[in-house]
Design a protein around this ligand. Structure first.
Ligand code: SAH
Length: 391
């Protein structure tokens, strides 16, 4: 593991990691607005309308997030525009790298002290950004580190988009060796339940997929929204005419167990959630991804593989098995490899496409809110949460 240099927390900023403030939404940022609203905002500040496009080209086209680097803007304009359109939303607390630099994780502090994380994963043919949609999460899945923290607040559109623009900049700098420099995929699999922050997540997706300079110009198909299965929001997504990939965190094929592993199942049952997911697949023609964290002796029995196979057979779906990443203090562990192999074999035998997710970033608590959870534990234990210190 490499600890990357981070910008130190400046002494004039209160140590919001240790003294938690009341959560509040951040100031407005240009990524919250579409191009027309940006034009209105710059003219309201007494600047010519063309500045909106100029700022947008820097931010979305050249991935410049700091107004001081936009040197073709007069200094007076920069001073006028920064507070209203380019406030700092994300301050890095830690940056960690592993897998020879192919996986990089950033822990961010937001303006109110809330912590969120983003992960960049480089592969030979692509780079994927994994971003957070909420600080904390209200879904309370017992195996998930973020689920244990509860919900702090929704992220704003710009707080979501800015994670991606930052990671696209890191990619473009060539920092991810062995991968192409262009960030091409985004997965909403960081902290939070994206569909519980529905309007902002949808707007963020629009911003990410609108061509530059209005947005980042990514392909809708290369964006994955992952959900515990909030059925009304899934139905709304069907009506949205967006061709994003939908991932459903199923984790159990039966209501008895899913009621425990994904508590929202007590409200929307397996059959209802799958119905909505299959309708999404039918509308978009895109295969849905069924996420299934394999937990030793909990959901990894051969009969559950067979039941899952029967439910998914012939559907536009594939299963993505995730070896459980045990959270600190949890009673649960990943399934042994032979059990995992048997689970895969049975699903494939049933005709269901199945993959096992790689365990990227384990060393750096790569998944599921563990870095932020560690930070909170240290903070509440009175430990130093200083930047750049290995845990
Ligand atoms: N709330 C959304 C997205 C965030 S989590 C959702 O639940 O889909 C992204 C994926 O990681 C989900 O499938 C989630 O269930 C899974 N996950 C969470 N904690 C995990 C852990 N400890 N080990 C393996 N996968 C985990």
């Amino acid at each position: 593991m490499t600890i990357l240099p981070v910008i130190p927390i400046s002494p004039d900023q209160p140590d919001t990691v240790l003294t938690r403030r009341r959560p509040s939404m951040p100031p407005r940022h240009l990524a919250d607005l579409d191009l027309a609203a940006r034009k209105a905002a710059v003219t309201a500040l007494g600047e010519p309308a063309f500045r909106a496009k100029q700022l947008s080209t820097h931010y979305f086209g050249r991935l410049v997030r700091d107004i001081d680097e936009m040197t073709d803007l007069p200094a007076a304009s920069r001073a006028r525009l920064t507070g209203d359109l380019l406030p700092t939303l994300l301050t890095p607390v830690r940056e960690l790298a592993c897998d020879d630099g192919a996986t990089r994780k950033t822990l961010w502090r937001l303006h109110d002290g809330a912590l969120v994380e983003s992960v960049l994963m480089g592969y030979p043919d692509r780079i994927t950004a994994c971003v957070s949609s909420q600080a904390g999460c209200g879904m309370a899945c017992p195996f998930c580190a973020t689920g244990q923290q509860g919900l702090t607040r929704n992220l704003s559109i710009a707080e979501i988009v800015d994670q991606v623009v930052y990671l696209a900049g890191v990619s473009a700098s060539g920092a991810v060796t062995g991968s192409p420099p262009r960030l091409s995929r985004v997965v909403f699999m960081g902290m939070g339940e994206p569909l519980a922050n529905y309007p902002r997540v949808i707007e963020a997706v629009r911003r990410l997929t609108t061509p530059a300079p209005e947005g980042l110009g990514l392909s809708q198909r290369h964006i994955t929204v992952s959900t515990v299965g909030l059925v009304p929001a899934m139905r709304r997504l069907i009506a949205e005419e967006l061709n994003v990939t939908l991932a459903l965190s199923l984790h159990a094929p039966d209501d008895d167990l899913r009621d425990e592993l994904v508590p929202v199942n007590q409200r929307w049952k397996v059959a209802e959630v799958l119905d909505a997911a299959f309708d999404y697949a039918a509308r978009t023609g895109r295969r849905i991804s069924i996420e299934y964290a394999l937990i030793r002796d909990v959901n990894d029995q051969p009969w559950r593989a067979d039941l899952l196979g029967r439910i998914l057979r012939g559907k536009l779906a594939h299963v993505n098995l995730i070896p459980l990443n045990p959270t600190p203090g949890s009673k649960w562990d990943a399934s042994p490899k032979p059990v995992e192999r048997e689970f895969v074999r049975r699903l494939r035998e049933a005709g269901v496409a199945t993959t096992v997710r790689d365990t990227r970033g384990r060393e750096i608590d790569g998944a599921c809110g563990q870095l932020a959870a560690g930070e909170l534990t240290e903070a509440s234990a009175g430990g130093a949460a200083d930047a750049g210190v290995a845990r």
